[in-house]
Structure formats: C-alpha cells, structure tokens
Design a binder for this molecule. Structure first.
Ligand code: E4P
Length: 280
C-alpha cells in the first residue's frame, strides 16, 4: 500500500520525504487553511501561489492532489484546468481533486456535476482524485467517469455512525472495522465502518474491472492504516501525526533502553576506532 501525506504543511512534506516513505500528498481547502493560519500566526505573509510551488517541488516525483472549490461543473472544470495549468509545470505531479457530488444541500442541483467534471478533466488527460466518497456506489461512478483515484473517507464515516448512535468519541479513537456491537444504527445502508467502506470500494472497482486506485482517506489511527491495507486499499493518506504513531510501540522503546544501557566500552570503542580509521 502506498503512503500519502495528508497535509499542506511544507515541514511535514519535507520530513516525510526525508523518511523515504512518501508516495504522494493530498491537500484540501481545510488543510490549506490550516497551513496558511499556522504561517500567519508566526507572522509570515503567505503568498499561496509561491507556497504551493515550494510544496510541489518538495514533493517532486510523487503526486500531489489539489482540490477545486466550485460546486458547478463549469467552474470546477475551469478551476481544475487552472490548477493543473498553473501548478503542474512546477514538478509534473499535480492531480486534481473533485468532489463526487458537490451539492451543498440534500436535493442538490439536480445534476451530477462532480462526475461530469471528472469526465471533462479526465478527457483532457488531467489525473483526477474523486473525493468525498462515502458509498461504494459513489466510488463506482467516480471511477467510471475517469478518476484515477477514488477517496473514501473512512474516519468521517465512523464519525457519522457514532453520531447516529449519540456516542461520545475523540477523533483519534479506534472504530471497529466490523462495526458497532451495540446501538440503534449499526450500519450506513450496509456499510458498517469506514474500513468496511474502503473494502467495499476496493471490491466494487475490482468486480467492475476498473483500474482506479482506492485511497483510504480520513484515517485517524495506526490500526485503521493496517486495516485499510488488509482490505486492499492501494493508497492510504495520513496526517503527519498518524505517520509518526505508526513507528511507536512501548516494547520498541523498552528494547532501545536496554540495548543502550548494555553497550560495554569495548563495543563502543569499535565505533570510535572505525571513525578514526575512516577519517584517516
Ligand atoms: C484527503 O484526501 C481528505 O481530504 C482527508 O483525509 C480528510 O481527512 P479528515 O476527515 O480528517 O478531515
């Protein structure tokens, strides 16, 4: 499974790239807002165009998703082309993120303008990440319309199921992949958890012979990352804090404390001698 960074913070991109584990980056308007606010808090003026160019350069060689902001096909198509035209030349790594259904109300606008936009951009050869996917059917239509990536939001689906059951929870809490044991609302139209949503998206695309990759989005804890991989997600996008937590286990720390304590001077000297020799 590929690991993407879910962040618009330059420092996060630099660090993840330096770890050698960065396969891509996803942003959205909320992540950009956060990155801009954190720089402004430090008293910096933000020239967003220059900032995004730096981010794309830091993530050179891996795809970076930039999201449109409109809700109608014509504006989203125009924005997608503008983002791609302006930023793809920087490092040839831009993917345009388009909501599967950009309606702002339940009844929507009566059109399927997300999938129309995906098709229009894909027809122009622009790679598209179909975002805000909460059902396997949305994934199917996004992929059929031409998206190369579809992004089910696992954590937010878990939030929705908890909210339906009036459960108190923290964002990072683990939600069981096989669903809640108790509660009036056990599933969302046959989907029992965010990880189940990811798995059903993987299955429906495979059954349909579609090659779009499933990107497990909105992941909040390490166990969800493992489970996303085990249900076949091709990509997981992770906030930097979750990437860091993938490396932590108390027995790893305890082991390090023991090994560090047990270094005898004779062993330590080996390294000193080596150092001297290599400096000669
Ligand atoms: C990534 O493509 C999504 O925009 C992101 O993972 C959403 O995460 P959140 O639900 O934690 O905001």
């Amino acid at each position: 499974m590929k690991i993407f960074l879910d962040s618009a913070e330059l420092e996060h991109v630099e660090l993840a790239a330096s770890y050698g584990i960065l396969d891509g980056v996803t942003t959205n308007p909320s992540l950009i807002k956060k990155a801009v606010a954190s720089r402004q808090q430090r008293g910096e003026d933000v020239d967003l165009q220059a900032y995004l160019c730096r981010l794309l350069e830091k993530a050179a060689d891996v795809p970076v998703s930039l999201e449109v902001i409109g809700t109608r096909r014509q504006e989203m198509e125009k924005e997608g082309m503008l983002l791609f035209g302006r930023f793809n030349p920087v490092a040839d790594n831009v993917t345009i993120k388009v909501p599967v259904n950009p309606s702002l109300t339940e009844n929507g606008n009566g059109h399927y303008e997300g999938v129309e936009t995906i098709k229009a951009l894909a027809d122009r050869g622009i790679p598209v990440n179909c975002t805000l996917v909460f059902t396997p059917e949305q994934a199917l239509l996004g992929a059929k319309a031409g998206a190369s990536i579809v992004s089910p939001f696992a954590g937010r689906l878990d939030d929705y199921l908890r909210e339906q059951n009036q459960q108190d929870f923290a964002k990072e809490d683990y939600f069981p992949a096989d669903g809640l044991e108790q509660g009036n609302v056990r599933d969302d139209n046959g989907v029992v958890s965010g990880i189940d949503l990811v798995g059903q998206c993987v299955d429906i695309l495979a059954e349909s012979g579609l090659t779009a990759e499933v990107l497990a989005a909105s992941l909040r804890n390490p166990r969800q990352v493992r489970e996303a991989a085990l249900v076949g997600a091709q990509i997981a996008t992770l906030p930097f804090a979750v990437i860091s937590r993938l490396l932590v286990h108390p027995k790893t720390i305890e082991g390090m404390q023991g090994f560090t304590r047990d270094v005898v001077p004779e062993y330590a000297q080996l390294f000193e001698e080596k150092k001297v020799k290599s400096e000669e």
